[in-house]
Design a protein around this ligand. Structure first.
Ligand code: ZN
Ligand code: ZN
Length: 327
C-alpha cells in the first residue's frame, strides 16, 4: 500500500450552493475505526436541496458525499482488515437505546451524532468505531454498485414502511434518481415524470414511465419531489384506502391539506426519513442479486475536479446522477 499523503482533495459545499474543490488535511485513523481510500462516491439528490444544505452550511462549509465505497488503508478493528472493500453508512445507531430496540434507528442519539470524517467526496475519509455498527464488507461487489447502498437502503425503508406488496397497483411520482430506484424495485408500477429526458432514460431501464395523468388510481404511491404540486398529484391518483409514501421532505413551511377528504378516503401519508442497518442489509442483498446496479442510475462517472459542474448539471436536471470515481 502506497504511503498516505498529509493533505488531500475534497469537495466542499459553501453557502448558496457553490461547490469548491479544496485541499484539506487527510484524516487520521480514529481509535477502533478505519481510514478509507475512497474509490466511488455518488452525489445524492438530497445534497441539491439548497434550503436543507444552507441550513448545514451556515455553521461552516462542509464536505459533500455519503454514498461511498472504498478500500481500508488503516484499520483498528480486526473485522475490517486493511485491503478490504467497504461500504459504510454515514450515520450508525448504538443498537441499544429505546429507538434502536424498536427499529427507529435514525432517531437514535448516536445515529444523529455520527458521520464520516470529513465526508465521502474526499480522497480519504475516516470511519469512527461507532460508525462500524452500519459498515459492510463488500469485496464481492463492484465499488460503484456498493456506493449505492445508502440510497437503495432509503428505498428499502420506504417500501418496508408502506408495506408495499409486489404486484399491487403502485405509482412513483418523479423519476429523478430516487424515483427511478423505487420504480426499479417495484416491477409493474407506473412512474410519472414531466421531464422527457428522465422518462426516456427510465423507459430504457424497463420502467413504465409516463407523463403525469390522473385517470388511474393506485393503492401505493411514492412521492419523490418534496413540493406541494407533486403532493396534490399524489392525492389525486391515490385510491381509497391507499398509502402515500412521502420520500422527501417538503420545505419547512406549513402546507394546507384537506384532512376531511384524507379521512373519508382512508388515505395514509407515510414519511420515510433516511435508513438504518436493517435497510442497508436489504440494499446489499438487492445489489448482490443483480436487481439494481450503478448502470441503472449513474449517468456520468467523473473525476473529483468535474464535480462542481456536475453538481449544477444534476440540479438543473441535465444529468440524472454523477458518481466520482477516484484514481
Ligand atoms: Zn443520499
Ligand atoms: Zn440507539
Amino acid at each position: 500500500m502506497s504511503s498516505i499523503p498529509k493533505v488531500m482533495l475534497a469537495a466542499r459545499y459553501h453557502l448558496g450552493g457553490e461547490i469548491k474543490i479544496e485541499e484539506l488535511p487527510t484524516p487520521s485513523c480514529p481509535p477502533g475505526g478505519l481510514l478509507i481510500k475512497t474509490i466511488a462516491s455518488g452525489l445524492c439528490s438530497g445534497e441539491l436541496m439548497t434550503w436543507y444544505m444552507d441550513r448545514k452550511a451556515e455553521k461552516a462549509p462542509h464536505v459533500l458525499g455519503h454514498e461511498v465505497c472504498g478500500t481500508v488503508v488503516k484499520s483498528e478493528n480486526e473485522a475490517f482488515p486493511v485491503g478490504s472493500l467497504v461500504a459504510p453508512h454515514h450515520h450508525a445507531p448504538c443498537l441499544n437505546c429505546e429507538y434502536c430496540r424498536r427499529g427507529a434507528y435514525v432517531h437514535c442519539t448516536l445515529w444523529k451524532s455520527t458521520r464520516l470524517d470529513p465526508g465521502g467526496m474526499a480522497e480519504y475519509f475516516a470511519v469512527s468505531t461507532e460508525n462500524l455498527n452500519d459498515c459492510h464488507i463488500v469485496d464481492n461487489l463492484l465499488p460503484e454498485d456498493a456506493a449505492l447502498m445508502e440510497p437503495i437502503a432509503c428505498v428499502a425503508k420506504q417500501l418496508r414502511k408502506l408495506n408495499y406488496q409486489p404486484g399491487e397497483p403502485a405509482a412513483v411520482i418523479g423519476l429523478g434518481v430516487m424515483g427511478l430506484l423505487h420504480a426499479l424495485m417495484m416491477p409493474g408500477c407506473v412512474a410519472f415524470e414531466t421531464n422527457p429526458t428522465r422518462r426516456e432514460w427510465a423507459i430504457r431501464q424497463g420502467v413504465d414511465a409516463r407523463e403525469p395523468d390522473s385517470s388511474q388510481k393506485f393503492s401505493c404511491v411514492i412521492l419523490c419531489p418534496g413540493t406541494k404540486p407533486a403532493l396534490d398529484f399524489a392525492l389525486e391518483i391515490a385510491d381509497f384506502e391507499s398509502r402515500i409514501g412521502l420520500f422527501s421532505p417538503l420545505p419547512p413551511e406549513p402546507v394546507a391539506l384537506n384532512f376531511e377528504s384524507l379521512y373519508m378516503r382512508d388515505i395514509s401519508l407515510i414519511n420515510s426519513y433516511s435508513c438504518g442497518p436493517k435497510d442497508t442489509q436489504t440494499a446489499l442483498e438487492w445489489i448482490k442479486e443483480g436487481r439494481i446496479s450503478a448502470n441503472h442510475v449513474v449517468t456520468s462517472k467523473i473525476e473529483l475536479s468535474e464535480l462542481p459542474q456536475a453538481y449544477q448539471d444534476m440540479k438543473s436536471g441535465r444529468i440524472l446522477k454523477p458518481m466520482v470515481i477516484f484514481p
